[in-house]
Design a protein around this ligand. Structure first.
Ligand SMILES: NC(=O)c1ccc[n+]([C@@H]2O[C@H](COP(=O)([O-])OP(=O)(O)OC[C@H]3O[C@@H](n4cnc5c(N)ncnc54)[C@H](OP(=O)(O)O)[C@@H]3O)[C@@H](O)[C@H]2O)c1
Length: 346
């Protein structure tokens, strides 16, 4: 079957239907800085408050970005700030669940950095709490909201690949020993930080694995250092995935079908090019864009604001069922590798 002459265009939300929410930032660190920069430069969203464990750190972040209010002493003051509509949580992984629960219980909408929580049980707990309070709780899984991924979803939905048999993806980076990814007390290891991208790609594209095989290698710091995963999906498709904190890997992905193959070079999960090539290599379509990475974080925030404006309690792009599937899959990988986080120990 020939490919169309052009790739589908990314679908944009109508600007008039994206309300300017009042955001409170919790965990003013590395990713929060990039999130705020992107929102300030590329959206009409309003950053009205920041919360931290220490007043001093909150104030320094507020001063840096011209944010009107700074709250110290943890999450409490931020979630009780009446001027805040939505709390964005950007602390280390194991602090996501308690912070998100506090925000939900205070009646705030909450956008939580990936991973939403440590395991499927925590995700389920947040889903139930958010449903009871009628607030939106969404994982800040930024890839899903990039225009590039909207095009990819349309390519897959239109059946341009034919029958998909194989998905390959890896995400590996070199980290120094002082990074939080090396810290077992912060639920370190590559799986929740990096591995979540290839696992989410596989589960969203091919469905819940019917079989999972995992092999891991510990890092000297006392966390898992690398994991390779093999999934079998309904219908017999297979995913071959790897994640590591020992070295920089290709960070590529490939989704291969009977009619055509999608190749996502370099950081597959981030803005950047991809190609779609027919199996006879006679036709190729290219998606071209700058690899401007974190500048595109505003898409997830604008999607979130649109959901709130529309009164949606689940994102149609990344509903909590997607997050749950990713986490349940990672839970099984961790079970096979014997990785138990401190919070899960009796
Ligand atoms: N979307 C993406 O591309 C992306 C990229 C990187 C990270 N992330 C995710 O974002 C989250 C934060 O990552 P990051 O690298 O930005 O983290 P980080 O800079 O190391 O920490 C973020 C903030 O959390 C607070 N914090 C640090 N250590 C803590 C501890 N032991 N206990 C409680 N709070 C602590 C600190 O704020 P205070 O001291 O002010 O309280 C810190 O500024 C992670 O879950 C990660 O997976 C996402």
């Amino acid at each position: 079957m020939p490919l169309p002459t052009h790739l589908p265009a990314p679908r944009r939300l109508p600007a008039a239907q994206i309300p300017a929410l009042r955001w409170g930032i919790f965990g003013p660190g590395w990713i929060a800085e990039r999130f705020v920069q992107s929102l300030l430069q590329h959206s009409h969203q309003r950053i009205v408050a920041v919360g931290s464990r220490t007043r001093h750190h909150a104030q320094a972040f507020a001063d840096n970005f011209g944010i009107p209010r700074a709250h110290g002493g943890g999450i409490s003051a931020l979630v009780n700030d009446p001027n805040v509509d939505v709390v964005y949580i950007a602390t280390p992984h194991n602090h996501h669940f308690p912070a998100a629960l506090a925000a939900i219980n205070a009646g705030k909408h909450v956008l939580v950095e990936k991973p939403l929580a440590l395991n499927a049980q925590q995700v389920q707990g947040l889903a139930e709490a958010a449903a009871a309070k009628k607030v939106l709780c969404m994982e800040a899984f930024w890839s899903d909201f990039l225009p590039k991924f909207d095009v990819l979803r349309q390519v897959l939905a239109d059946g341009m690949l034919g029958e998909v048999h194989t998905l390959l993806a890896d995400h590996g980076e070199f980290f120094t020993p002082d990074h939080r990814i090396m810290d077992a007390s912060l639920a370190g290891g590559p799986l929740l930080d990096l591995g979540t991208y290839p696992v989410a790609l596989a589960t969203k594209t091919l469905g819940a694995p019917t079989q999972i095989l995992a092999m891991g290698e510990p890092a000297p710091a006392g966390v898992n250092g690398q994991a390779s995963m093999l999934f079998r999906h309904p219908g017999g498709a297979q995913s071959v995935l790897n994640t590591t904190l020992f070295s920089q890997t290709s960070n590529r992905a490939l989704i291969a079908g009977s009619e055509a193959t999608l190749t996502l070079p370099d950081c597959f999960y981030a803005p950047g090019p991809f190609t779609l090539t027919t199996h006879d290599r006679r036709q190729t379509l290219h998606w071209e864009e700058e690899c401007n990475r974190y500048q595109q974080l505003h898409h997830e925030a604008e999607h979130f604001a649109w959901c709130v404006g529309e009164g949606l309690l689940q994102s149609p792009v990344r509903p909590l069922s997607d997050t749950l599937l990713t986490m349940a899959t990672l839970d099984e990988v961790r079970r096979q590798l014997g990785i138990v986080f401190n919070e899960e120990k009796a």
